[in-house]
Design a protein around this ligand. Structure first.
Ligand SMILES: [Fe+2]
Length: 192
């Protein structure tokens, strides 16, 4: 079953994100969807032909994590943007953040600190579904470093394409713009 790129054009007009930046980002996301489908098709073809020992099978299997996660992480990212309501600290996610980090401020400080680390990647607030606790993770590449069995709650893209058109090297300003547009309800709905 092929994946279909979702339409996030409703995010156009969001404060702090230019139309050019968002349109470029949507195009990039669509590329991951296309390539996920291509890799899955090619792997299915090789399996059918009995070529699972071929080097291209191994290379495509390695590539699948990159393309698939590139697709899915962008979906989490765009879907936790476009929010207008303020964060409700007394809600389910608010309580969980306080429980895990001591205070909302401590969580935000940690998440933003991860977001301004040198290098490109993702910042993901993960819920460890085994213990229930929330942890901020730095994900260096789409396919590397995800904590096993954990649930993404809030995803922030810090690859250069996510901010350079609008902010140049001022990544902290982009992080502030991201925070102003978080869809907290979408994030909260991901809690297990
Ligand atoms: Fe991105």
């Amino acid at each position: 079953m092929a994946y279909t790129a979702k339409d996030y054009s409703k995010l156009i007009g969001m404060a702090g994100f230019s139309e050019t930046l968002l349109k470029n980002h949507f195009t990039l996301y669509q590329g991951y969807v296309t390539n996920t489908n291509k890799v899955l098709d090619a792997l299915a073809g090789l399996l059918k032909e009995g070529k699972t020992a071929a080097p291209e099978y191994a290379e495509l299997k390695r590539r699948l994590g990159w393309e698939f996660d590139g697709m899915r992480l962008h979906e989490y990212y765009f879907e936790n943007l476009g929010g207008k309501a303020a964060f409700d600290l007394t809600g389910k996610l608010g309580k969980k953040i306080v429980e895990s980090f001591g205070s909302y401020e401590a969580w935000e400080k940690d998440f933003k600190a991860v977001g301004t680390m040198r290098g490109i990647g993702w910042v993901i607030l993960y819920q460890d579904t085994a213990s229930g606790q929330l942890i901020n993770f730095w994900i260096n590449e789409h396919d590397v470093g995800h904590p096993a069995g954990c649930q993404p709650i809030l995803v922030m893209d810090v690859f250069e394409h996510a901010f350079m058109i609008d902010y140049g090297l001022k990544r902290a300003d982009y992080v502030e713009a991201f925070f102003k547009n978080i869809d907290w309800k979408a994030a909260e709905a991901r809690l297990k």
